[in-house]
Design a protein around this ligand. Structure first.
Ligand SMILES: Cc1ncc(COP(=O)(O)O)c(C=O)c1O
Length: 439
């Protein structure tokens, strides 16, 4: 029955309606203030399944975090053992091995050189730290720079700095921009973006943004390997490789935002590994702890880290949070990495992701579906507009399937553990939901 007292449960039950709405004083992140009818009031979850308070069962293909599924006993045990042993310590004052172990485990999956890891509590903080580190690096080497080139429709988080990197309307803010940002627009339609013919157009747009004033080169190009919130856009082959070459040519750092794509989601441990490049800085989060605890990791090249001894004020990295590298989050993340490695979940994401995409591809015949695309365990249905995407997500829920809807796009993101039966079940529930919308 969980940790709620009897009276807490009574109050919660009184406000929970029919498992789709709850009247409580929590401000829901990134949500309209008016109640959304499609919202599930989650109670418990196991594997790929989630139950609401009424006991209705759903397959959860909506969580970007649940890499190794819900309720893995080994992750729960690792986190609770760590909580009993040492629940927290300030890494700016003392040390603990568990953070070091996680850093080593993570850098073993990264290309050579990306060996220094800073932990934060969220993806946004990780992106903010990455930008701070990039600007510090240029200050340390005596060439101060603060401009960043990003995708106009990239999403990198909700702190002031992270949101200032994006041109997506909800990220607008009322503060002075902390960095100068040069946004790049994707040429053509989202559907055409993955076509190899887009690669030179995209690279030309980035080259223009980088060199627009040779006396004012950017400190970094910062991109997601696949655009998540900004429309579920799959980028074309050769793009990241070409971007790496452009950055090398102009002496610009390449920061890859793997907050969503990292830890197996795209069928490789990191999304940039599809292109076999070595970024200068990589930020990962969500799947890192599989949603069991908040954590993000900023991996930086050793040569960047070494310049910090020349920091004008400090001789170190002036960035962190009291809970950076939280021992419980680190223990959970190590256990998640164990599951991912031992169960071959990155390979499973590749194989089952293909099955998912192939299954959903038959939906392209529906008149309201503009495109079906994806990479690894991530499938995207682009609908003809916001309303049909909302109707599809709502229809899926009625068929016991939770998916994500962002504007005209519906994303299907099951845990990386999903097997053929779960995938086929998802495909058939989506087909029924689509038939309902078309009807
Ligand atoms: C690509 C990307 N970067 C950064 C973030 C921000 O991460 P967080 O919500 O943990 O702050 C997100 C969150 O959705 C994301 O998808």
């Amino acid at each position: 029955m969980g940790i709620l007292s009897k009276s807490d449960r009574r109050e919660r039950d009184a406000h929970s309606g029919h498992g789709v709405a709850i009247d409580h004083p929590v401000i829901r992140p990134w949500s309209p203030i008016v109640e959304s009818p499609g919202r599930v009031v989650a109670d418990r979850a196991l594997g790929e399944r989630l139950w609401d308070f009424d006991g209705t069962e759903y397959i959860d293909a909506s969580s970007l975090n649940a890499a190794c599924g819900y309720g893995r006993p080994e992750v729960v045990a690792a986190a609770s053992d760590q909580m009993a042993r040492l629940q927290g310590i300030d890494l700016s004052m003392h040390d603990h091995d568990i953070a070091g172990l996680l850093a080593r485990r993570l850098s073993a999956h990264l290309p050579h050189g990306l060996s220094r890891i800073l932990f934060t509590n969220s993806g946004s903080e990780g992106i903010e730290a990455a930008c701070f580190i990039a600007a510090s690096y240029y200050a340390h080497i005596g060439r101060p720079r603060t401009r960043v080139v990003t995708f106009a429709r990239g999403y990198h988080g909700s702190t002031t700095l992270a949101r200032s990197l994006s041109q997506l309307p909800p990220t607008a803010h009322w503060f002075t921009d902390p960095l100068r940002v040069t946004p790049v627009t994707i040429p053509g339609t989202d559907r055409d973006a993955r076509d190899p013919a887009t690669t030179p157009l995209l690279l030309a747009a980035f080259a223009e943004a980088i060199t627009q004033d040779p006396a004012d080169l950017p400190m970094a190009v910062l991109v997601e390997p696949l655009i998540n919130v900004g429309g579920g856009v799959v980028l074309p082959p050769g793009f990241l490789r070409g971007l790496r070459e452009l950055c090398d040519e102009h002496g610009v750092l390449l920061i890859i935002d793997e907050v969503f794509t990292g830890i197996g989601r795209t069928g490789r441990m990191f999304g940039f590994q599809h292109e076999e490049i070595t970024p200068d800085i990589v930020v990962s989060s969500k799947g890192l702890s599989g949603g069991y605890a908040p954590i993000a990791a900023v991996a930086i090249q050793d040569h960047i880290y070494r310049t910090f001894v020349d920091d004008a004020f400090f001789g170190g990295v002036r960035y962190g949070h009291t809970t950076s590298g939280h021992p419980v989050a680190c223990a959970a993340s190590i256990a998640v990495l164990d599951v991912i490695e031992n169960d071959g979940l990155v390979e499973n994401a590749r194989i089952m992701g293909t099955r998912l995409l192939d299954g959903l591809a038959s939906s392209t015949g529906h008149s309201l579906v503009r495109d079906v695309r994806g990479l690894g365990m991530l499938a995207i249905l682009e609908m003809d507009g916001h309303d049909s995407a909302t109707a599809l997500a709502e229809g899926a829920r009625k068929h016991g399937l939770l998916v994500r809807q962002q504007g005209p796009v519906v994303m299907v993101v099951p845990p990386l553990t999903a097997d053929a039966d779960v995938i086929d079940d998802i495909v058939s529930r989506m087909a029924s939901a689509l038939d309902g919308v078309e009807g």
